[in-house]
Write a protein that binds this ligand. Structure first.
Ligand SMILES: [Zn+2]
Length: 287
């Protein structure tokens, strides 16, 4: 069983304000707790800041915390919360970060870059108190890592001018897939991606746009809900969780996006069997 909590569900840039108060304005961050009480964090967008604050009441506040962060790629909306994640300032906390790169030092370089004095008064990862370890996941995907009782696999997905990773987490009989940024070529995922998604209990997937906005902004490398509905039905997932909404979409826009996604799913073969949920900050689900 996996306990999944959404701390940031927005794409591209944080979008706080009265129009986004129900779904939330923080960028990508999802906490995953395994049955043996290990904590994994998917992406370090601005949502990780409040998550970190909540962790400080326990082991992380005492310097006894241990967490693994899985980064899908290095765009700002997936790393920008990291320098503000309170547990990194407490000596003896252990933070291991996996990211897509050919070497551990490249993952470190991505995070080090945003600590540069031009961007941050902290100046360097070396000034953080916690023990930080960076590790590379094969950039092309296909890598497999076993972390305690959790089996982590990944696949590469096109994302505009770069690629992003999709992760699949298997724990006991539960399977969770996280794919926040995906701009499939002609709307078609590769066989490798489909096999990663295959039959997952829960697929958290890029749902940035309406079909119309997706068409107009294809070069940005995101999925519109028609593409996502098709992919979820084809992969035969049990549940689809909509994620990574465009920063300009209000709560009402996301409500409409979810209703339309349901209709699109029902029109796909087998799609009517897929449970649909629109992620919002603060929501916890059990997979
Ligand atoms: Zn993103």
């Amino acid at each position: 069983m996996l306990r999944v909590t959404f701390w940031g569900v927005r794409g591209s840039i944080a979008a706080p304000g009265p129009e986004t108060v129900r779904y939330g304005g923080n960028t990508s961050c999802v906490a995953v707790q395994t049955e043996d009480d290990k904590l994994f964090i998917l992406d370090a967008g601005t949502g990780i800041i409040r998550l970190g604050g909540s962790l400080m009441a326990d082991a992380f506040g005492r310097g006894e915390g241990e967490v693994t962060i899985l980064l899908t790629h290095g765009h700002w909306d997936h790393i920008q919360g990291f320098p503000f994640f309170p547990p990194v300032y407490v000596p003896k906390n252990r933070v291991t970060i996996y990211g897509p790169a050919h070497s551990n030092s490249i993952v470190e370089g991505i995070l080090e870059g945003q600590m540069n004095p031009h961007f941050s008064p902290v100046q360097s990862l070396g000034n953080l108190g916690a023990e930080i370890t960076c590790k590379a996941v094969a950039e092309g995907g296909g890598g497999e890592v076993t972390l305690g009782a959790l089996r982590v696999r990944s696949a590469s997905v096109p994302h505009g001018s770069i690629t992003s990773l999709a992760y699949r987490l298997d724990n006991g009989g539960s399977s969770l897939v996280y794919c926040p940024d995906a701009g499939y070529i002609d709307g078609d995922p590769s066989d490798e991606v489909l096999s990663l998604f295959d039959g997952a209990d829960c697929l958290i997937h890029d749902c940035t746009y309406t079909p119309e906005d997706g068409e107009a902004r294809r070069a940005r490398g995101y999925s519109s809900i028609d593409v996502t509905a098709k992919v979820a039905a084809r992969a035969g997932v049990k549940q689809l969780v909509m994620f990574h909404y465009d920063q300009d979409y209000s709560d009402g826009d996301v409500d409409a996006l979810a209703a339309r996604c349901r209709t699109l799913l029902d029109a796909e073969a087998g799609g009517d069997k897929v449970e649909l949920l629109a992620a919002r900050e603060g929501l916890t689900i059990t997979v």
